[in-house]
Design a protein. Structure first.
Length: 258
């Protein structure tokens, strides 16, 4: 894995160095497709292959993001921080199929408004992603300071998370100078999650009809053979069933799946 990461990092740094060598800063700033402009400078008619390579790179990045985000959502659902039906997995392939479908549906909904173009979505997502990465790294550094003796299966040089934290801080603060209104909207969206966590997760003040809706939906997914609880969640009272029900994929009741 380390070799692959090093190769990919060197490759992308080399590509960016090539862009800066061949193109002027003005060309890079005004180009709608930097890779295509670079190809026209260097390869001439053969530059048609550049969009294909860029598409392959974008597809790989999207694929990796979809796989990782769906598994994070599945893990969060198993902890009870989001509706439990998102913790269901595919019976045969053991993939978080419900989380995958959910993320895809939300992504499609975000494209419906007229103002939802790639540039706006990128600005919103980049800000939120940088802020969340910064908070995560801050938690890591805090744990390294407060609990230095706990077992860590994976540990990196302390300077690396500090560098990531500084980068995240820059990408969180810089958008306020260029897009203050949009950045404020993103900040408000993040802050709203704090009372939501305390009300619905910590103190579990969830309306009964909401829990019933999630329970009914989870039962429907199991009956349609679209989702199945993990071995760990089978011990949860909401997922327990008899041997016959286990075979038929039929839950005992439409219990609280939130």
């Amino acid at each position: 894995m380390w070799i692959g990461m090093i190769i990919v990092t060197v490759f992308y740094l080399t590509v960016n160095a090539a862009y800066l060598t061949v193109m002027t800063p003005l060309e890079i700033a005004t180009s709608n497709a930097v890779g295509v402009t670079f190809g026209n400078h260097v390869y001439g008619p053969a530059a048609l292959v550049i969009p294909v390579l860029v598409a392959c790179s974008s597809f790989g990045a999207s694929n990796g993001s979809l796989i990782s985000s769906s598994r994070m959502l599945n893990a969060v659902a198993q902890k009870g921080h989001v509706p439990k039906f998102l913790s269901l997995i595919h019976k045969k392939r053991h993939t978080p199929s419900i989380s995958l479908f959910f993320i895809c549906i939300v992504s499609l909904i975000m494209l419906i408004p007229e103002s939802s173009n790639f540039e706006n979505l990128l600005k919103y997502i980049s800000f939120i992603n940088a802020a969340l990465v910064g908070l995560t790294i801050s938690a890591l550094l805090w744990l390294r300071y407060k609990r230095p003796d706990i077992e860590r299966p994976f540990k990196v040089f302390l300077g690396l998370p500090i560098l990531v934290l500084l980068s995240s801080a820059y990408f969180t603060v810089a958008p306020f100078f260029e897009h203050p209104l949009k950045s404020t909207y993103c900040l408000i969206a993040i802050l709203i999650t704090i009372p939501i966590y305390y009300i619905f997760i910590k103190y579990k003040k969830i309306p009964k009809f909401v829990s019933n809706c999630f329970g009914s939906f989870a039962s429907m997914l199991e009956k349609l053979n679209m989702g199945y609880p993990t071995e760990e969640l089978k011990e949860n009272v909401y997922f327990k069933r008899s041997a016959k029900e286990e075979m038929n994929m039929q839950p005992k009741s439409e219990a609280n799946y939130f």
